[in-house]
Ligand binder design. Structure first.
Ligand SMILES: Nc1nc2c(c(=O)[nH]1)N[C@H]1C(S)=C(S)[C@@H](COP(=O)(O)OP(=O)(O)OC[C@H]3O[C@@H](n4cnc5c(N)ncnc54)[C@H](O)[C@@H]3O)O[C@H]1N2
Ligand code: MOO
Length: 398
């Protein structure tokens, strides 16, 4: 059995970032910046008001000033006439000659003008030009995952297109003659195929595009044909199930016929019979292969530990190289044997301490525990854990 760190190194060996493509900003959410982007201009582009009120010279505060102009947002103001103030609104450009804004709640306006209470500090309620970004500065680094705020931030600089990494194309194959697609009736002995939709959803969270999802019959010929076909149009082929040692498990044999089985069986629970390798394509290239164990939790945990960093490497996303790790107190007791256990836990804060609570049933068939799991507690092999012991927890964060 291999340890997961060795397996991950083998999986990522030689993996190169995918090419970049230009997309409209409206399509960029969730994508990965291919190049570092710089500011095209100062933002805000001009000094502007943070309040609805009156723009003044700070030195003029403490008396009534005639209102010499009205400046709504979106209008270019005239210079401020000496000894006057300007009615101004939030976001409107500060007129030349003014240095401060006094909010309207503290000002009384009459026929003589606006009574401005003093003293006022110069710069009051003014958002300075370039406060957020200065032209030429780095806006976002290559490898940034474009969340909603990043999309807005690019728009604030006038970007309407952006260069992003092409999404990894992943073909998903599930094996198991017992599986039926949700929505169809079940016959005795059958169960629903839950791994395919789960893995497709995870892959999408990890930045991939699932280009095919197929159910393969439990035979060597069908598995060989499906793997060969899946390898052609994809960067990665992922299978679920059929990777253990029974005579119904054909995935490893099929892989060896089509390419290389680099590694099989990890010293982790769940997810032991995971297989990694490469499939030769007709054009001479190779497609990465990840064979996840069929038990739903084994597939789920394997996807977080291996598909997430693999997609991260293809997308050149540094934040996706390793799951964020925390230290927490165990809120449970357990002991391990030959394999490190990756236990589904929820996290709470008690007496200012992070506490990990393990779900009661940690069997690899019980997907329910994953629905609310915040993380995976990693308990090394041959270990005893008592409540209150410090443990490592990997956060399940895409
Ligand atoms: N004699 C041994 N038997 C098993 C061993 C072993 O070492 N010796 N390992 C066990 C472990 S650990 C695991 S994990 C499983 C994994 O086996 P496979 O990867 O070959 O998976 P399957 O046998 O095809 O399926 C296992 C289990 O999961 C259910 N399943 C499979 N696919 C799906 C799906 N798409 N949706 C929902 N559920 C799925 C399947 O019905 C089985 O119950 O092997 C142990 N056996
Ligand atoms: O590794 Mo299996 O995933 O223990 O159930």
């Amino acid at each position: 059995m291999h340890d997961p760190a060795t397996a991950l190194t083998a999986l990522l060996d030689g993996v190169m970032a995918l090419e970049s493509e230009s997309v409209a900003l409206t399509q960029a959410h969730g994508r990965t910046l291919a190049d570092t982007v710089t500011a095209l201009m100062d933002t805000p582009p001009a000094d502007n008001s943070a309040m609805d009120g009156y723009a003044i010279r700070a030195a003029d505060a403490g008396r009534t000033l005639p209102v010499s102009q009205r400046i709504p947002a979106g209008h270019a103001p005239a210079p401020l006439a000496p000894g006057t103030c300007a009615r101004i609104f939030t976001g409107a450009v500060i007129p030349e000659g003014a240095d401060s804004v006094v909010r309207q709640e503290v000002v009384e306006e009459s026929a003589e003008g606006a009574a401005i209470p003093g003293p006022v500090t110069a710069g009051n309620s003014v958002r300075r030009r370039g406060r957020e970004m200065q032209r030429g500065a780095t806006l976002l680094e290559a490898g940034t995952r474009l969340n909603a705020a990043a999309v807005g931030f690019l728009a604030s600089q006038g970007y309407d297109r952006v260069a992003v990494r092409r999404r990894p194309r992943v073909s998903l194959l599930v094996t198991g003659d017992e599986l039926v697609e949700p929505g169809r009736p079940l016959s005795p002995g059958q169960i629903y195929n839950s791994n395919a939709p789960m893995l497709a959803a995870l892959l999408s969270e990890f930045g991939a595009e699932v280009v095919a999802s197929r159910h393969v019959a439990d035979s060597l010929d069908a598995t060989v044909a499906a793997l060969a076909d899946a390898a052609e149009g994809s960067d990665v082929v992922v299978t679920s199930g059929g990777v253990s040692i029974g005579e119904e498990d054909h995935v490893r044999n099929a892989l060896q016929q089509l390419g290389t089985l680099d590694l099989w069986r990890l010293s982790i629970k769940p997810g032991k019979p995971l297989a990694l390798g490469r499939i030769k394509r007709g054009n001479g290239g190779e497609t990465r292969f990840v064979g996840l164990a069929g038990n739903p939790v084994s597939s789920y945990v394997g996807a977080w530990l291996f598909l997430r960093p693999l997609m991260g490497a293809l997308l050149a996303r540094p934040d996706q190289a390793a799951l964020p790790a925390l230290r927490a107190r165990a809120g449970f007791e357990t002991s391990t044997e030959r394999r490190a256990n990756y236990m589904r836990v929820s996290l709470t804060i008690e007496d200012d301490q992070l506490v990990a609570h393990a779900f009661a049933d940690q069997d690899s068939s019980v997907l329910h525990s994953c629905v609310q799991a915040d993380g995976l507690a990693v308990i090394p092999a041959w270990h005893e854990i008592a409540p209150g012991d410090m443990i490592d927890v990997l956060r399940l964060q895409p």
